[in-house]
Write a protein that binds this ligand. Sequence first.
Ligand code: 13P
Ligand code: ZN
Length: 280
Amino acid sequence: MPLVTTLEMLKDAQQKHYAVGAFNIENMEMAQAVIAAAEAQRAPVIIQTTPGTLKYAKPATYAAIVTSLAKEATVPVAMHLDHGDSYELAVECLNAGYSSVMIDGSRLSFEDNIAQAAKVVAEAQKLSVPVEAELGKVGGKEDTLEDAGDEYTDPAKAAEYASRTGISSLAVAIGTAHGVYSKKPVLDVERLKAIRKVVEIPLVLHGASGLTTEQVQSCIAEGICKVNFATELRIAYTEGVKEALEKNPIDPKAYGKAGRAKVQALVEKWMKDCNASGKA
Ligand code: 13P
Ligand code: ZN
């Protein structure tokens, strides 16, 4: 089927109390693996690319790969810009056919963050594409993203932020971080509850690699509708490739398949944990 937007997907998740998994991909094989997992689990799925990934290949290239895979798929697939770091990149992705974009103004002041997000929303609305934005700062290091993450989302500002930007979903900072955790993260679920009370749009959890199933499920129970996974997929893909390379293949298909199998197994596990299985 054609790409779907994250708007209807996340509304359904919100109503039925599950979360759609959003999985970062770097190449065709990872995209194939994520969609194969979604088919196997009958789960809706979001595929996303970071600005770092979009320096490796262009938005139009990733959009073409994912659009063609989605067309053959029998489950809903959305294509999302993750942590868009400029208005220009968001517009490039919109023009390339992405069905969802994030603009990440978490490094900006409250007012500048609002202004940037509202500008992207105005552009995205012309194509009926939903926008995700972040209030507070999810820290850690992953790919080209690096932040101290010392600022949790302030529930007192969240409603004003959502209404003044016109965004469709809100990424919250409640103690998760990008990349590999050096110590067990402690999540501020009370803060999530407080945000949920004042914000009606779907909430997004970033930095899910390394969280336990229980941690992710406790966030879904308090209103998280989209959960982002990146680092664990990169590790799984690389492990599969490394293992296959030990057999000294000369065919890139041999190690591509091995990476793909590892990613598919991981993604299927997280889809089950997010209660997304059987929702497509
Ligand atoms: P992880 O790399 O920690 O899974 O974070 C994913 C993420 O938030 C992508 O935006
Ligand atoms: Zn993130």
